[in-house]
Design a protein around this ligand. Structure first.
Ligand SMILES: Nc1ncnc2c1ncn2[C@@H]1O[C@H](COP(=O)(O)OP(=O)(O)O)[C@@H](O)[C@H]1O
Ligand SMILES: O=C(O)C1=C[C@@H](OP(=O)(O)O)[C@@H](O)[C@H](O)C1
Ligand SMILES: [Mg+2]
Length: 187
């Protein structure tokens, strides 16, 4: 696929697990009348089981390979999608490179203090949190932050509800689109 116009590019949400990528991605897609894809859901559908079971039955290595193949393929062959990737996706350079070169990447940032309030709602479904105490989680949280450093836009989500974050993202996009292409329908 040739290089896309800014308005046609896929929008990708990145950030640590539990920051709200899946929930907010759906809302952004609704507001833009676009299809939404959550990479974990795509992989879960293919395997017919939840991520945690994929890790248990096939191992993290296989999950990461599938994650890479799925995201890189979408980046190169799809347009106009809103895509939420898993919190570990940007550990892989090929994923990072494909997303940053082909898509518009939003980093959803959340402080450690605010993130801790999410633990009870995500703990059972996140394989990488299994068996970890608070200190281990803090270590993982800190260790992961550098992988999100490269992005196009950052949204600090502390004190913002889901609708407010989605509105913020859509507002940022519309400003950027209008800057490069103020009258798209006249072309
Ligand atoms: N801005 C927000 N404020 C409060 N709760 C949120 C917010 N964004 C997401 N959540 C909640 O946090 C939990 C994790 O959200 P999820 O979308 O699964 O995160 P991710 O996909 O980044 O792992 C869900 O219970 C969701 O309802
Ligand atoms: O951070 C990670 O390594 C992971 C995050 C998860 O996605 P969310 O970020 O949507 O929770 C999911 O891809 C898998 O459990 C691994
Ligand atoms: Mg998710």
């Amino acid at each position: 696929m040739k290089d896309l116009a800014l308005r046609e590019k896929n929008i990708v949400l990145i950030g640590f697990m539990g920051v709200g990528k899946t929930t907010i991605g759906k809302e952004v897609a609704k507001r833009l009348y676009r299809d939404f894809l959550d990479i974990d859901e795509v992989i879960e559908k293919e395997y017919g089981m939840p991520t945690r079971q994929i890790f248990e039955n096939f191992g993290e290595k296989e999950f990461r390979q599938k994650e890479k193949d799925t995201i890189v393929d979408l980046c190169h062959n799809q347009r106009l999608k809103v895509i939420s990737v898993g919190g570990g996706a940007f550990l892989q350079e090929e994923i990072k490179e494909a997303c940053l070169s082909k898509c518009i990447v939003f980093f959803l940032d959340l402080s450690w203090d605010a993130w801790q309030d999410r633990i009870s709602s995500i703990i059972d479904s996140r394989p990488v949190l299994q068996g970890k105490n608070r200190e281990d989680m803090r270590h993982l949280f800190d260790q992961r932050q550098p992988i999100y450093k490269d992005h196009h836009y950052k949204v600090t989500t502390d004190n913002l509800n889901v609708n407010e974050v989605a509105d913020f993202i859509v507002d940022r996009l519309k400003t950027a689109w209008n800057k490069v292409d103020p009258n798209p329908e006249q072309q």
